[in-house]
Design a protein around this ligand. Structure first.
Ligand SMILES: [Zn+2]
Length: 433
């Protein structure tokens, strides 16, 4: 009995030892694979690692990072101040980074999925650089210039935009049918916004009506970045066809080339005010004297001058920034956004819908500013452009000289819509549409 027991026990021990060895091997392989993988996929690695460390169990699971590089995965409610405190990086340094970010304001809208990677000097433990990972197609790196300042590099990868046709029939509502055709709520919102002046979706769209949507989605190295755009829509409602096509000027037109969006105003105020600083991709900053981008136009005006929204839209940001001062951002449809900075008073709330010409704020001199003025920016598809010269929806139709090109584009999109069996018909690598 005894011997049987002992041999059983010995077998058990042996088994357990084998088990341990196996586990050890698996662990070693995982570590090796992880390290190799990290070399090639640093950003992906960061997600895995920080997810673990967030749970407070980094010692048990995480593959150790070098002790001078830290990655923080943003979750809801995170503030930059708290993150800097967590890594014992001084608020002073945070302000130096915010100063570099003044012309970009990328750090004002940290959202879940974003990653912040801090690289400290191994000896002095001073912050050398900080990377903000927004999505696989967009990162911003803040690099130390000297003891008191940072600059930034914005890394944009246009990747590959893949077109696909999504279609469906209305059963209960456009919203529900669009969702079952795999359109996101954001995309559906963009579509209803496009037809805002033409269709009341709740009243006009009925069961049995049909829709066709050409959507483009951005991929970088095969990974979806979360970025998409609507290239064409047709809605068949009773005997009517409503259509919208995105043209290369960034505007949407119907099949005849008539503009769908209401025009944007060129200027965000009623009177004429002197321009004291133009849009300039490389300007010497009047206070820091460093070469930085000036992504907007500065109009000198007395504090308290009414500021008007240049278009219909939704207020997407209301912030108080140490350098940009009190500022607002308004999104106009899916293509355009405007920013108004150094305000003395903000008259709108985040999420609020505003009309073209609505009074949204009073100008001021808040933040880092040499005197009372308005800094005004226009962004097309997330990139700042010169608001005084950019092609914006001012005209109500495609210009005559561009009509042949527009018709060609409509023809391409419509023929794609009429061949529903071709799920992904075209691939494009440029970012012109
Ligand atoms: Zn300015």
């Amino acid at each position: 009995m005894n011997s049987i027991w002992s041999s059983d026990r010995a077998k058990g021990l042996n088994k357990r030892r084998k088990h341990l060895m196996l586990l050890l091997c698996v662990f070693m392989i995982t570590v090796l694979l992880g390290l190799t993988w990290k070399t090639f996929h640093p950003s992906v690695f960061a997600v895995v690692n920080t997810d673990l460390s967030e749970g407070g169990s980094d010692e048990e699971h995480a593959i150790p990072e070098p002790d001078h590089i830290f990655t923080w995965a943003i979750s809801a409610g995170d503030t930059l101040t708290a993150i800097f405190e967590n890594y014992e990086i001084s608020q002073n340094v945070m302000y130096q980074i915010l100063s570099a970010d003044e012309s970009l304001l990328a750090l004002d809208v940290l959202s879940p999925g974003n990653l912040l990677t801090f690289t400290l000097d191994q000896k002095t433990h001073k912050l050398v650089s900080m990377e903000l990972f927004i999505h696989p197609g967009k990162r911003v790196i803040y690099n130390r210039v000297d003891d008191t300042s940072f600059n930034y590099d914005e890394i944009i990868i246009s990747g590959e935009w893949k077109q696909e046709l999504l279609n469906g029939e209305i059963i209960k509502s456009f919203y529900l049918s669009a969702r079952s055709a795999s359109l996101t709520d954001h995309e559906t919102g963009n579509i209803t916004d496009l037809f805002r002046d033409h269709i009341q979706f709740a009243r006009d769209i009925r069961a049995g009506d049909r829709f066709q949507v050409i959507r483009s989605r951005q991929f970088v190295d095969g990974e979806f970045t979360g970025q998409s755009r609507i290239e064409g829509v047709r809605i068949f409602s009773g005997k009517r066809i409503y259509s919208a096509f995105l043209f290369d000027d960034g505007n949407y037109y119907d099949h005849k080339g008539k503009s769908l969006a209401r025009a944007l105003r060129r200027y965000p105020m009623a009177g004429h005010y002197r321009i004291i600083s133009h849009f300039n991709p490389a300007r010497r900053h009047p206070i820091t004297h460093r070469i930085t981008q000036h992504n907007g136009v500065d109009f000198t005006m007395p504090t308290g001058t009414p500021i008007l929204s240049t278009g219909d839209g939704v207020v997407t940001r209301v912030h108080n920034h140490p350098f940009a001062g009190k500022y607002i951002e308004i999104q106009h449809g899916s293509q355009y956004a405007t920013r108004y900075m150094h305000l003395s008073q903000i008259l709108v709330k985040r999420g609020q819908t505003v009309q073209r010409g609505a009074r949204i704020a009073l100008s001021g001199n808040t933040g880092r500013s040499t005197g009372p003025h308005l800094h005004f920016e226009l962004h097309v598809r997330g990139r700042p452009v010169n608001p005084l010269t950019a092609k914006i929806p001012m005209a109500s139709a495609v210009p005559d000289g561009k009509l042949a090109e527009f018709n060609q584009r409509v023809g391409d999109l419509v023929s794609m819509m009429e061949q529903p069996w071709r799920k992904v018909a075209l691939h494009r690598t440029d970012d012109h549409f």
